[in-house]
Ligand binder design. Structure first.
Ligand code: ATP
Length: 210
């Protein structure tokens, strides 16, 4: 059988327990390695690019997955043209790893907007999707609606309890000086806080970390 890999793309600003749990459960369910793919320039966030530099987001993801077996962090998107279109990343990975089949891990909110992704139809021919449900985006209805727009789409739900946290909610808490314990591990918060020197607003946003 061909080796299988689960790809997990995201901004990860910062990475949190929702990300970690979905990656862990995807690994358990598929028995495949999970390759985390932090995006240097996320195409959906061109209007509001991540405040945290790419290298820091990569370091935070490395810290989050440290000690978890079956997970790797890939910086392939740093080598590819920007913005970091998933269709380009998957094409580059397929070229570098012939014979490997790729499954793409995604939240159901992202699935609901898949038709807005660059060359979405071509992407659905290259990968199938494993979907972690997020609040407000039930799997079956979201999948059905998206399949009417992208007929080649293949997706399956990931069994996972609803974890209603997001990086934006975490950034808001950090900006208000509220603790992040329970949602972002201490080692990740330390890296985030250390990067605070980058700019005044970033320093303010991090002043409540931990
Ligand atoms: P932001 O709030 O800044 O948009 P985010 O928390 O959604 O960030 P991303 O890095 O953009 O995090 O997410 C990467 C992928 O993980 C996306 O497909 C997203 O839908 C999914 N995801 C993020 N958090 C969760 C969660 N709590 N449950 C299920 N899926 C999630």
């Amino acid at each position: 059988m061909n080796p299988r890999v689960v790809l997990f793309g995201g901004t990860f600003d910062p990475p949190h327990i929702g990300h970690l749990l979905m990656a862990q459960l995807a690994h358990e369910e598929t028995q495949a390695e999970v390759w985390w793919l932090p995006a240097p320039v996320p195409p959906h966030k061109l209007d509001a690019p991540p405040a945290t530099p790419y290298d820091v987001r990569v370091e935070m993801v490395r810290a989050l997955v440290a000690g978890h077996s079956g997970m790797q962090v890939s910086t392939i998107e740093a080598e590819l043209p920007k913005p970091s279109y998933t269709v380009d990343t998957v094409a580059a990975l397929r070229q570098r790893h012939p014979g490997t089949s790729f499954l793409f891990l995604i939240g159901s909110d992202s699935l609901a907007a898949l038709d807005t992704w660059h060359e979405a139809a071509r992407l659905t021919e290259a990968v199938s999707f494993l979907v972690a449900v997020r609040s407000g985006y039930p799997f079956a209805a979201t999948y059905e609606r998206m399949r009417s727009k992208l007929p080649r789409l293949v997706a399956q739900p990931l069994e996972m309890p609803l974890i209603d946290v997001s990086s934006s909610w975490i950034r808001e808490r950090a900006a208000r000086g509220l603790p992040l314990c329970g949602v972002v591990p201490e080692a990740v918060v330390r890296i985030w806080r250390r990067a605070c020197g980058a700019s005044n607003s970033f320093a303010r946003a991090c002043s409540g970390c931990g």
